[in-house]
Design a protein around this ligand. Structure first.
Ligand code: BES
Ligand code: MG
Ligand code: ZN
Length: 472
């Protein structure tokens, strides 16, 4: 569905020419014959190439119809890759069929970003619809040299894997079926998968994770993915994903409107799973172990309660305040497991952890917390490559005060104020001093407002994690 070509042989449903404001020049090959005529139409329509401006022209050439669209990218001096993403998403979303894209401007021939946009436009969750949505086929014309787009395609596919997992509802994806799906992906993409069931988790006292999942008919699973291709590197990167296949809130039940989207509460695990697919198939030379805490926060007479005191795998006792703050509990044990059993040397956790991060940063930006300036800047650089926006949030020691308990070692929520920060602070208490990054993707994993993304699952994090692991 996306290709880079350096020769043109076929006919297309549409030829798109990308131009900067005030520099309207069309590639000759689009229509050599009718160049003068096109220039007249441009002049008459007063098309100048403002950001998002589109001029469509249909012509007869050698007795066949040629459709041309000139798409304005705004002023060259204002150009950024985000402008490119936005304009391309908007214009390609309206098109059908086979499309050729070209430009006289080298800057506008960015095959990585264009490939990303084509995947975005073509993604739709139509598994359960009789009528499937149309897909566009896009070819980018670059005459000068051959381009290797295999990484762009791999990242597009891996992101789609994550999006599908998030969009699939909780009557289909539960801890057990999620684990089965990961086993299949491991075989297909080339990483090892081990699944721990609730009995094995009991033996190693993963009591926080077990408590969260205890009221569900489908019991928790710990999904461990290993890809050890770091040769003699002593580093072992630990990825940890929140895998709440559904979050009712538990006994502290969510109101209906907030519960509706909670099939997406395993988006952190989807990012980690998608990233493992890309890392393994891309044969990245690093050691990576990903751990997904898969469980469902449901309600029955066996549900965990506010006021309960639970001993975590790491030995700390935790006073349960609000059963809707379940993610940090499941993650805490998964982090301890990664450190104690998998011997990871650093941790990146990804989670739809707090509604508060949505209030702070909206759908556009992932809130990132870290105890390491160096690791944070590596993640920031990796995210930038893929247009995934991140912003660093504080974890000053004073916030830990809010988690003090009078009856246990720690309580697991710190009130409404600074809710994303106290959640991060709780997690930090389990990282045993290792370099650690926490990505709160509650806002960015499920889109309703960013213009250049489809509504619904975004697959955020897959590409950033891949590049973070690869580019160290
Ligand atoms: N899964 C939610 C966070 C969330 C909210 C994700 C909105 C996506 C969209 C999480 O488990 C949760 O319920 N957090 C509570 C914590 C509170 C009880 C301390 C929240 O954010 O309200
Ligand atoms: Mg919750
Ligand atoms: Zn949750």
């Amino acid at each position: 569905m996306f290709k880079v070509v350096n020769k043109i042989e076929k006919s297309y449903d549409l030829n798109i020419g990308l131009v900067f404001d005030g520099q309207v020049e069309i590639c000759e090959y689009i229509s050599e014959m009718n160049k003068e005529l096109i220039d007249k139409v441009i002049a008459k329509k007063e098309f100048v190439g403002k950001k998002g401006e589109v001029l469509k022209i249909d012509l007869l050439e050698n007795k066949s119809l040629v459709s041309i669209a000139l798409v304005g990218m705004g002023k060259e001096e204002d150009f950024t890759l985000d402008v490119f993403r936005e304009v391309m998403f908007e214009s390609l979303s309206k098109e059908k069929g086979k499309i050729l894209i070209s430009s006289d401007q080298e800057l506008l021939l960015n095959h990585e970003v264009l490939g990303e946009v084509v995947f975005n436009v073509n993604y739709s969750f139509d598994t359960f619809k009789e009528k499937k949505s149309d897909k566009i086929e896009v070819e980018l014309f670059i005459s000068s040299e051959e381009k290797d787009i295999s990484e762009t395609i791999l990242l597009g596919e891996s992101t789609d894997i994550a999006r599908d997992l998030v969009d699939l509802p909780a009557n289909i994806i539960n801890p057990i079926t999620l684990a089965e799906r990961v086993s299949e992906l491991g075989k297909e993409y080339g990483f090892e998968v081990e699944i721990l069931d609730e009995i094995e988790m009991e033996k190693i006292e993963m009591n926080l994770l077990l408590a969260v999942g205890r009221a569900s008919i489908t019991k928790p699973r710990l999904i461990v993915m290993r890809y050890l291709n770091g040769k003699d590197s002593a580093e072992r990167i630990g990825l940890v994903g929140k895998g709440l296949t559904y979050d009712t809130g538990g006994l502290c039940i969510k109101p209906a409107d907030s519960m509706f989207e909670m099939k997406s509460d395993m988006a952190g695990s989807a990012s980690v799973i998608g990233a493992m697919c890309a890392i393994a198939k891309g044969k990245v030379q690093q050691n990576v172990v990903a751990v997904v805490a898969a469980c469902e926060n449901a309600i029955n007479e066996n549900a965990y309660r506010p006021g309960d005191i639970i001993k975590s795998m790491n030995g700390k006792t935790v006073e349960i305040i609000n059963t809707d703050a379940e993610g940090r509990l499941a993650l805490a044990d998964a982090i301890t497991y990664s450190i104690r059993k998998e011997k990871v040397t650093e941790i990146v956790d990804v989670a739809t952890l707090t509604g508060a991060i949505l209030i702070a940063l909206g759908n556009l930006t992932t809130g990132v917390f870290s105890n390491s300036d160096e690791k944070y800047s590596q993640l920031e650089a990796a995210s930038k490559l893929h247009g995934e926006k991140v912003w660093r949030m504080p974890i000053f020691e004073e916030y830990a005060e809010l988690l003090k308990s009078t009856v246990a070692d720690v309580k697991h929520t710190g009130g409404r104020m600074g809710g994303s920060i106290t959640a991060a602070k709780f997690l930090e208490g389990f990282v045993e001093g290792l370099p650690w990054i926490h990505m709160d993707i509650a806002g960015t994993s499920y889109n309703s407002s960013v213009k250049w993304l489809k509504k619904g699952a975004t697959g955020v994090g897959v590409k950033s994690l891949y590049s973070y692991v690869k580019n160290r």
